[in-house]
Structure formats: structure tokens, C-alpha cells
Design a protein around this ligand. Structure first.
Ligand code: 0O2
Length: 272
């Protein structure tokens, strides 16, 4: 293969990664906007470097003709979750989609790798539209917790440092660290519902404060400034109470006030 063809070949994979990043980030945002707990903590993606593709082809004896079929992770997405339970939720979300078709999966959670590696992988078919028409390609989606990711990225760096031959004592420490990660994930699962509740409350409060401030700003342009100052002071007073129910009540009252003020302003514009 001529070197200049690599860019042409990898361009659709770049496009797939970029589109999928947007889609998974949107999934996270959608949850947040609806004050729901998001099983997705963060998403990253990359197209494998030519060097890594060549290395894999050499290691597995893959020909150039079979490359796109057999190197399944030319495009890679990594979804990080907070809890082990979220991994299955993300998997279900992917299965439900009509723009992603699951081709295969590798469950390194139930069957942890000898190295200690834990993660859940899906290989999906994903279609991109290019100027040459549609192209269906494979994307590897790795789904793992923050703790699993910490271990995997550290171990990956060591693999690189020791060129795949990690000394026995380091390997031993990595195995112990992998066991500790299993325990950490289990411990975090025990307090999962409490953490989820706290995060949802925090999100609700953030959205409420945003709504309140937007209403105050709109009223500021239409109403008496002294009245607005009073409303703002009342907001600060309620905010200091740390009571979401009170904040919600205040926000609803302000909604009604803002709606009334808006209607009055439209009315007076029509009659002027
Ligand atoms: P990179 O640099 O992340 O792209 P295999 O035949 O088992 O060697 P295969 O068939 O590609 O590999 O599938 P597998 O095992 O599911 O591995 C796919 C990817 O999972 C790897 O891609 C790594 O990203 C990750 N992975 C798998 N095993 C390990 C492990 O023991 N430690 C770490 N840190 N990551 C792992 P690449 O191409 O190997 O690497």
C-alpha cells in the first residue's frame, strides 16, 4: 500500500470517531438535562496510528486485503462509567440504537484477562456518509469504570515501557493492584445509590439556579429595578437554606411572574 493512501483509508474512521463522540456526549447531556443519572461519565476516542495498525497486522499475520475486516479497533471509542453496574446500562443503550449494530462482544469483566485487565468491549458496525457514498466500518467500544481505566492505562504505559515483557516483580504488583481495583469497584457499588442521589440533587439544584437567574435577567429588562433587587435578595436567602424544595417553590413562583410579565409586555407592544 502506498503511504499516501493511508490518509484516504483512515479518513472515514476519523469521521466515525468524531460522530460517535458527539453521539455519546449527547447521551450524557440528555440525561443531565432531564435530571437523570448518566451512566456515562466521560467518552474519548481515537483512530489507531498507522504504526499500531502495522504492528497488529504483523503480530496476527493479517494481510492488507483483510486489514479492515480483521483489525477491528482502527476506530476506538472508550466510555468511562462510575460504577460497574453502569457498564450494562451503556451496553443496553448501544443495543437499542438503530445507528449502531453490534457485531460481537468481549466480556473481560466476567472473564478477566490473565494480565488483570477488566473491561467490556463491543465491536459495532457503523455507517458514515462520505463524498464517495456510504461506508460501513467497524468500531471498537471499550466500556469500563474509572477504576478499571486507571489500572488499564497505567498497565498499558508499562507494557510500552518494557516492550511487552514486564518484569516479574512489576507484574506481581500489577496483579495486586488489579485485585485492589476489583475491591474498590465493589465498595463503590455499595454506596452507588447514595452517590447517584447526591449527584442528581446537585444537578437539579444547578438547573434550578440556572432557571431562576434566567428569569431574573428577563424580568430585569421589563420590571421595576427595586422589585428585581427584592426578588434577587429573596433568591439568595432561599439559596442559603440549602433546601431544594424551597428553591423549587421559588423557581415556580418566578416562572409564573416571568410569564405574566412577558404576556403584559407583548400585550402593551400590540396596543402601542
Ligand atoms: P491499543 O494501543 O489500546 O490500541 P489480543 O489478540 O488479545 O492481543 P485483540 O484481539 O485486539 O487483542 O482484542 P482485545 O484483547 O480485546 O484487545 C483490544 C484492546 O483492548 C487492546 O488494543 C487494548 O486497548 C485493550 N486491552 C486488551 N488487553 C489488555 C491488557 O491486558 N492491558 C491493557 N492495558 N489493555 C488491554 P491494542 O491494540 O492491544 O492496544
Amino acid at each position: 500500500m502506498e503511504i499516501q493512501l493511508w490518509k484516504e483509508l483512515l479518513d472515514p474512521y476519523e469521521q466515525a470517531v468524531s460522530e460517535l463522540l458527539t453521539k455519546f456526549n449527547n447521551l450524557k447531556r440528555e440525561h443531565q438535562k432531564r435530571n437523570l443519572y448518566s451512566p456515562i461519565e466521560s467518552v474519548t476516542g481515537r483512530v489507531k496510528s498507522v504504526n499500531s495498525i502495522l504492528e497488529k497486522m504483523q503480530k496476527k499475520g493479517i494481510s492488507f486485503e483483510r486489514m479492515e475486516e480483521e483489525v477491528e479497533d482502527i476506530a476506538g471509542i472508550r466510555i468511562i462509567t462510575q460504577f460497574v453496574e453502569d457498564i450494562q446500562t451503556v451496553e443496553s443503550l448501544i443495543y437499542q440504537r438503530t445507528d449502531m449494530e453490534v457485531r460481537s462482544k468481549k466480556d473481560y469483566l466476567t472473564n478477566k484477562k490473565k494480565s488483570g485487565y477488566r473491561s467490556f468491549h463491543l465491536i459495532i458496525w457503523y455507517q458514515v456518509q462520505t463524498i464517495k457514498g456510504p461506508k460501513k466500518l467497524q468500531v471498537e467500544i471499550q466500556i469500563r469504570t474509572m477504576a478499571m481505566n486507571f489500572w488499564a492505562t497505567t498497565e498499558h504505559s508499562l507494557q510500552y515501557k518494557y516492550k511487552g515483557v514486564i518484569p516479574g516483580h512489576v507484574e506481581h504488583q500489577l496483579t495486586r493492584a488489579a485485585d485492589a481495583i476489583v475491591l474498590l469497584d465493589e465498595e463503590m457499588s455499595q454506596v452507588r445509590s447514595e452517590i447517584m442521589d447526591a449527584q442528581i440533587d446537585n444537578r437539579i439544584q444547578t438547573n434550578l439556579v440556572q432557571d431562576i437567574l434566567r428569569n431574573i435577567e428577563n424580568l430585569y429588562h421589563r420590571e421595576n429595578k427595586r422589585e428585581i433587587a427584592k426578588i434577587q435578595n429573596e433568591f439568595y436567602r432561599i439559596y442559603r437554606l440549602h433546601d431544594i424544595d424551597e428553591l423549587e417553590k421559588f423557581s415556580k413562583q418566578l416562572d409564573i411572574l416571568a410569564e405574566g410579565s412577558r404576556a403584559q409586555s407583548v400585550d402593551s407592544q400590540l396596543h402601542s
